[in-house]
Write a protein that binds this ligand. Structure first.
Ligand code: AMP
Length: 589
């Protein structure tokens, strides 16, 4: 039987995949790289370059390099490359030929048939141009399929069971969102929206501006005007951007980036994820608007979507997950590498055409969110029971993620790291999996002393939690064996049942919400209102309190919240007396 390869011919990157033993397997180049940058060029000797080598010379030799040719597919035009001109089909054929040769080399057999993917919005001319490019590369294009269809096939190769998927594809230069219906062996794109000029490249440009503006302010030199420096920096900020998907901060360090008055200048810049997110949020909000439009066109609501599937390298950005979750009220799926998902789906389609039995692409993921307890706002009020997620559910394993936290009071000597697993904003509704103390913090530090907490979860379910005080480098670590199976055994249900016993059946706990008080006697209602007021005051005095008072205050706040939750009038009164004493004492101090 002839092998049918699947090819993702992307604007920024391309890839080739094949079904082996019922599973899609990406085919690597000689260096083990599965992704081929969609760049074509001639070097200064006139040798053809395709992929990373062409990409490397793109900024310094733009006249000899072609990028993003996919945008020109279907146009009756020619692009110049070196001393020659080429049609978009011819340039695309060079990328396809490289992937075909790769497949032939890896598989050890001549490969002649392919399924190639195109965006859902491609018209007939663009599809025909893609088919021609395949033929020029020596491939029989057995089918052209839509990229969101390919992504859906990876998550749902069994097309007989009905599902509706929302495929959110954010790449380097383009964004599109599609709603795909799978039913009775048919995969149909119900609606599609997007922006062909929005992607990770725009995020790089924003970061570049941020870094260059800072440098210009210090050194009076605009690095954007120096092509070599710009090219280096663009790569450096892209790397920093990728780091920010997993770490709360990243640094850009480029030595000898420029010269001034005969002396070398170095660039050092630290970027916080928070600042980066502020930069890109307006762009991401545009993508969410497209999601709304796609739903409206398909005449569907968020609740009608069974799965959100993430595609494209930029969909790894945590703010993307956050905004989608906020908008659609479900966790997006990212089990399959978003860079490879489309090529894998093309291979699944090729396998189905060839009559192969294609199973689902099972990968190990975290079944629940892992995070720590912290003080923040819970249901709108300050609380010490907030859950701060670090590794989100559905994250493929192994996974490493870090988040930054801050101490609450001046001179804080100890930070307690309590690790939980679950999906509730309130840690008391999640499952504790371990805890430890980071002792010996710098006593001269004010409140806001930064502590980096890193979670490393491996395929065996071993979780390594590391806490580091940033200014001193003080570090403590905890290893939790079988963090995942521990939880599976005891189960979310057990945790829920246990807590329902305390809180009452699932109704968000919100112990301190006055609106929940409609059905309780007036006396309790009044006591709860006063207690809430007192808790707010207690939080106000906390930052000024001595460490011993902090401990006592926190314990009393916890007791009070618990009593409020249980509407235990006597206990509320008892705790109130104690809490009032300490709050008034600290207010007067
Ligand atoms: P694609 O067009 O799907 O190949 O996506 C390429 C884009 O994804 C480029 O802008 C990359 O910088 C971006 N990208 C790749 N990995 C990450 C990551 N970990 N976090 C954020 N963006 C990424």
């Amino acid at each position: 039987m002839d092998t049918i390869i699947g090819i993702d011919l992307g604007t920024t990157n391309s890839g080739v995949c094949v079904i082996r033993d019922g599973k899609p397997v990406m085919l690597p180049d000689e260096d083990g790289q599965t992704i081929l940058p969609s760049f074509v060029g001639f070097d200064n000797q006139g040798q053809l370059l395709v992929g990373q080598s062409a990409r490397n010379q793109a900024i310094l030799a733009p006249e000899r390099t072609v990028r993003s040719i996919k945008r020109r597919m279907g146009e009756d035009t020619k692009v110049s490359m070196g001393d020659d001109t080429f049609t978009p089909q011819e340039i695309s054929a060079m990328i396809l030929r490289t992937l075909k040769d790769r497949a032939t080399r890896v598989l050890g057999e001549e490969v002649g048939k392919a399924v190639i993917t195109v965006p859902a919005f491609f018209n007939e001319m663009q599809r025909e141009a893609t088919r021609q490019a395949g033929e020029l590369a020596g491939l029989e294009v057995v089918r052209i399929i839509n990229e969101p269809t390919a992504a859906a096939l990876v998550y749902q190769p069994d097309t007989d069971c009905g599902e509706r998927l929302l495929v959110y594809d954010l790449g380097g230069g383009t964004f599109d969102v599609s709603i795909v219906q799978i039913e009775g062996g048919v995969v149909e794109v119900l609606s599609s929206h997007g922006d062909t000029r929005l992607g990770g490249d725009d995020f790089d440009e924003l970061l570049l501006k941020h870094v260059c503006d800072q440098f210009q302010e210090t050194h009076g030199l605009d690095l954007r005007q120096l092509p070599a420096a710009r090219s280096r920096l663009l790569q450096a900020v892209e790397e920093a951007k990728k780091v920010l998907s997993f770490e709360p901060c990243a640094s850009v360090n480029e030595e000898f980036i420029a010269e001034k008055d005969g002396g070398a200048l170095h660039l050092t810049c630290e970027i916080l994820r928070q600042d980066y997110e502020t930069m890109i949020e307006p762009l991401l909000k545009k993508t969410i608007k497209c999601v709304d439009d796609a739903l409206e066109d398909a005449k569907l609501h968020a609740k009608d979507i069974d799965k959100i599937v993430l595609v494209g390298g930029s969909s790894r950005t945590p703010l993307v997950h956050h905004l989608l979750e906020e908008q659609l009220r479900q966790t997006p799926h990212q089990e399959v590498d978003p860079d490879l998902c489309v090529a894998m789906g093309a291979a699944v389609q090729g396998g189905l055409i060839a009559g192969l039995d294609v199973g689902s692409v099972l990968v190990d993921i975290t079944p629940h969110t892992l995070g720590i307890q912290c003080r923040s706002l819970l249901h709108g009020l300050p609380s010490v029971f907030c859950f701060a997620p670090i590794i989100g559910r559905n994250t493929p394993l192994p996974a490493t993620r870090s988040e930054m936290f801050s101490t609450c009071v001046d001179g804080q000597k100890v930070a307690e790291i309590n690790v939980f697993q679950g999906e509730n904003d309130d840690v008391r509704r999640n499952q504790p999996v371990g805890d430890f103390l980071l002792e010996g913090l710098d006593e001269s530090a004010e409140a806001g002393n930064e502590i980096l907490v890193r979670f490393e979860l491996n395929l065996d379910g071993i979780l390594i939690v590391t806490a580091v005080e940033r200014i001193s480098g003080l570090e403590r670590q905890l290893t939790i064996d079988n963090a995942i199976s521990q939880f599976r055994q005891s189960g979310q249900e057990d945790a829920q049942a246990k807590l329902d016993g305390i809180f009452g059946p699932e109704r968000q706990p919100s112990p301190a919400r006055e609106t929940d008080l409609d059905e309780v006697p007036a006396e309790v209602k009044q006591a709860v209102k006063e207690a809430i007021h007192l808790i707010t005051k207690a939080h106000q005095v906390l930052p000024e309190a001595d460490p011993e008072d902090v401990a006592e205050l926190e314990a009393l706040i916890e007791q009070m919240e618990d009593s409020i939750t249980r509407r235990a009038l006597e206990k509320i009164r008892e705790t109130r007396a104690k809490l009032e004493d300490i709050v008034f004492y600290l207010q007067d101090a």
